[in-house]
Design a protein around this ligand. Structure first.
Ligand SMILES: [Zn+2]
Length: 94
């Protein structure tokens, strides 16, 4: 039986995943806007750098989410990372 207290934790994991997707999707518009409003080459490089930083933070946050049921890392097992919708250890679904 599904334990209802997992709902909050699973919501947090889902939120982190959405944030990461948001970062990925925002890259092209952000670069496009920066290129169109900036004269020099400094601003797009800065946006690119910031984006890499946000993507790295988002990736780490998602990768190190813990499964509320088994306590293991939800998306990682050994060296492998998968951003699937199920826990790599106990198969708990998001
Ligand atoms: Zn699990």
């Amino acid at each position: 039986m599904e334990n209802p207290t997992y709902a909050q934790e699973l919501k947090q994991i889902r939120l982190k995943r959405y944030q990461l997707w948001g970062v990925f999707i925002s890259y092209l518009p952000a670069i496009g806007i920066t290129l169109s409003i900036s004269e020099g080459s400094g601003a797009p490089a800065a946006v690119c750098l910031l984006w890499v930083l946000f993507a790295a933070i988002g990736g780490v946050r998602v990768s190190f989410s813990r499964c509320p049921r088994c306590g293991n890392l939800f998306h990682m097992r050994g060296a492998g990372t998968s951003w699937g919708r199920r826990c790599r250890h106990c198969d708990l679904s998001l």
